[in-house]
Design a protein around this ligand. Sequence first.
Ligand code: FES
Length: 104
Amino acid sequence: MPKITFIEPSGHAREIDAAPGQSVMLAATGAGVDGIAAECGGSCVCATCHCLVIEAPGGIEAIGEAERDTLEFTSDAMQASSRLTCQIAVTEALEGAVFQVVGH
Ligand code: FES
């Protein structure tokens, strides 16, 4: 299982073991990572799973059109590295990835 680190809103870094096949959001919320409300349950409409990609040494799947639209319309904190973690699948390529929680 890839290890993924989340920097919580408090600044605390939390490393989790994420099971492949689920979304990064579900891996984070299942591990109790703080600051990811995921209000829409992963339907790509709320942006409360918003994180910034700080590091992704193995690469990360490209942002989709729906994900970009949701970020643009719902998040005033959108940055070039912004992603909705419910739209990213956990794969072994995410080993060592670091996400900063933005949430809401
Ligand atoms: S959980 Fe709502 S957009 Fe990701």
